[in-house]
Design a binder for this molecule. Structure first.
Ligand code: NAP
Ligand code: F7E
Length: 348
């Protein structure tokens, strides 16, 4: 039998949470990986240092290139140099709250960045290159009734982040229809991990409560405690990205757990595992979580974390992916929280 040619993947957003899990997965699958990293004053490679020799800036199966998806020519140059089998666009200004402060920048990276990559594939006539777009449940935004959302549910984004993701979603569908590019959307619901950025709510809660437990912090200040989210593990979701590009035809896929929780419930679950019992008192902005043992306020609400428009409810129906991709989440919320707590405890 002849030697199989190894596949090449190009990952935009390699230094992020998902980029690191996807790189691990693809290395196991014997891919050659190219990652695009934007220049920053510090290394910012913590999430990939264990699989990448950051001192020599290479590894025989893993290469990093400087680039930025706000820069169309360098993006096109990198794609032309590598001519990858698969491109994963995970790069974004990914924080919803921050998109209210820097909307124009968010649209440039999160919306136009995707367009720049798709346009490069088209210009270079890369007929064999497949494209994955990191679409998001934030596209659904304002949800009319609290039912699980699927590929047919209409979008009503509630932030420039969500609007930008809707643009990138439609650009992906459009380049598929207009130019025959194998371009697919993974509509991923929230996914978390020990590598989640510290200002997303799950990581903030785990970090805050572990530090409170260790006496390093007095209080955790949060925003809307009643938002409902469908939280999966990023490691499971990386598998779905790969499966989406291995499917026989390009398509759009909801990836979720179909289970939901409020932010407050997430706080209670983490606290319980740390042997902290929280008594909740008050309402609205005055609501407080009190440590039963010490009587001290350890959780409060700060309006600075509110968003001008909120996405109140998200829960995803992933039956299409279950049926056609044979994908389902393997890690429960309980195990996700255990994983996040264990890592956080090892930091201090
Ligand atoms: P993340 O941790 O914020 O990672 C984002 C990545 O994009 C980082 O590597 C970041 O680089 C990079 N990036 C930002 N601006 C860039 C630019 N101008 N040029 C090139 N790269 C740039 O996000 P994540 O949680 O891994 O999410 C991955 C993707 O999925 C994002 O597109 C996100 O919007 C989307 N998504 C996430 C979720 C979720 O729940 N996690 C759900 C649905 C969709 P730096 O390290 O230099 O900042
Ligand atoms: O907020 C509420 C907040 O910032 C979750 C991104 O990965 O998932 C993520 O977006 C909920 C919201 O994630 C705080 O109002 C309360 O209702 O962790 P988050 P997100 O906005 O859902 C989607 C799918 C993406 O695509 C995005 O890239 O929690 N909340 N108190 C808080 N949120 C934060 N960040 N901080 C708080 O103190």
């Amino acid at each position: 039998m002849g030697k199989m040619k190894r596949k090449t993947a190009l990952i935009f957003g390699i230094t992020g949470q998902d980029g690191s899990y996807l790189a691990e997965l693809l290395l196991k699958k014997n891919y050659i990986i190219h990652g695009v990293k934007r220049r920053s004053s510090s290394a910012n490679t913590e999430r990939i240092d264990h699989i990448f020799d950051s001192f020599n800036f290479s590894n025989k199966n893993f290469f990093i290139h400087y680039g930025d998806i706000s820069d169309g020519t360098s993006t096109l140059n990198i794609i032309n140099k590598i001519k990858p089998n698969e491109i994963y666009n995970l790069a974004a200004q990914s924080h919803v709250r921050v998109s209210f402060d820097i909307p124009e920048y968010t649209a440039d990276i999160t919306a136009l960045g995707a367009l720049r990559i798709l346009e490069a594939i088209k210009i270079l006539k890369l007929k064999k290159t497949k494209y994955y777009q990191a679409s998001s449940s934030e596209m659904y935004g304002l949800v009319k009734n609290r039912k699980s959302l699927n590929e047919k549910t209409p979008f009503h984004p509630r932030s420039v982040y969500g609007i930008s993701k809707v643009f990138a979603y439609h650009a992906t569908v459009h380049y598929r229809e207009a130019y025959g590019i194998f371009a697919s959307n993974g509509i991923l619901f929230n996914h978390e991990s020990p590598r989640r950025g510290p200002t997303f709510v799950t990581k903030k809660i785990v970090q805050g409560l572990v530090r409170i437990k260790k006496g390093l912090q007095k209080k955790l200040s949060l925003g809307n405690l009643y938002a409902v989210r469908d939280w999966g593990h990023a490691k499971d979701y990386a598998v779905s990205m790969w499966k989406i590009l291995q499917h026989k035809k390009p398509d759009d896929w909801v990836i979720a757990t179909n289970k939901d929780q409020t932010v407050k419930k997430f706080v209670d679950l983490v606290a319980r595992k740390l042997d902290i019992k929280i008594i909740w008192k008050g309402k609205g902005i005055k609501e407080k979580g009190i440590d039963k043992k010490t009587g001290k306020v350890i959780v409060d609400v700060d309006s600075k974390h509110f968003r001008p428009t909120e996405v109140d409810f998200l829960r995803g129906d992933f039956s299409k992916a279950r049926r056609n991709l044979k994908w389902k989440p393997a890690i429960s919320t309980n195990d996700l929280i255990n994983d996040m707590i264990e890592e956080e405890l090892s930091v201090y």
